[in-house]
Design a protein around this ligand. Sequence first.
Ligand SMILES: O=C(O)c1ccc[n+]([C@@H]2O[C@H](COP(=O)([O-])O)[C@@H](O)[C@H]2O)c1
Ligand SMILES: Cc1cc2nc[nH]c2cc1C
Length: 350
Amino acid sequence: MPRSLITLIDRIGAPDAEAMAAAERRLDQLTKPPGSLGRLERLAVQIAGITGEVAPSLDNKAIVVMAGDHGVCEEGVSAFPAAVTPQMVLNFLAGGAAVNVMARQAGAEVVCVDIGVNAELEHPRLVSRKVRRGTANLAKGPAMTLEEAEQAVLIGAELAAELAARGVRLIGTGEMGIGNTTPSAALLAVLGGVSPAEAVGRGTGVDDAGMARKVSAIGRGIAVNEPDPNDPFGTLAKLGGLEIAGLVGVILGAAAQRCPVVLDGFISTAAALVAVKLAPACKPYLIASHLSEERGHARLLRELGLEPALQLGMRLGEGTGAALLFPIIDASGRVLREMATFESAGVSRE
Ligand SMILES: O=C(O)c1ccc[n+]([C@@H]2O[C@H](COP(=O)([O-])O)[C@@H](O)[C@H]2O)c1
Ligand SMILES: Cc1cc2nc[nH]c2cc1C
């Protein structure tokens, strides 16, 4: 692993056990049967541990949408043309994509990053951090060089640090990249020890022949690249994507800033698998927003020991699931801050 990543990972601290215990004590004084707010209570305790504060206000929120293209698209692995990636980036910047709608509802900012789109894009709101114009075809050789993968991870980590520096307290992961369910499935196959046939899903909606092309591309990619399952960084470079590497950086960078990270779907969770393999210390900072319809997602979450909060049959990506969980996370903080206690409300405990 590059030295720059070791330095980054070394900055990730353990959750604050005292803040967690204080949040638990407070929850048990509130006017409700103990534990009756279920997942909301676990979220409140997790956020206390992450931030070191009991019931912080997380009003300043952002969804980071990392966009990149994929050489493996030439294998016919997506139901859509690669041209959709830059077109959707312009849609994010215009505020018309699903994630924009859901982020507006949640009061979150959408930060759109060109980390590897195969087009020249310019827009005042675009964060232009292009490492290269799309990856190489992973079925034929490494998707990226080690240097490019390192650059992409550091871009994500720096962005998380910049967001934290301007007051963002909650970060959701989002992505856009036609073809990116194939590298994500390849990472699950290698790092999760799952067969390519079990790791792939329909993505944007490929038919059975498309699924077979995904399995074949991943199989050839593993044969030609010979990734080492014990080398998550090398595996990321060989089989991953620029937006996936960028999200690995966002996750590690947010954890280093004691900022909770809300994961979206299959691609975001594949990035989380790489991040946790690189730095197990980032795991307590992760919140799984939803269970995607993409077939390998449940397996990825199980591998990470994460329980998705929502199940809405979605398989869009962009950060939509993360944005939908934001108001629920807000509710968990408000419960701690605003609910009456048995004592203050004069409600009997027994
Ligand atoms: O987040 C998910 O679970 C998810 C599942 C399937 C597809 N996607 C989105 O669809 C694109 C990738 O699908 P594909 O078929 O081109 O590999 C990419 O832009 C993702 O954001 C996202
Ligand atoms: C239209 C479209 C929107 C998307 N958003 C994320 N992935 C996507 C894929 C397509 C095809």
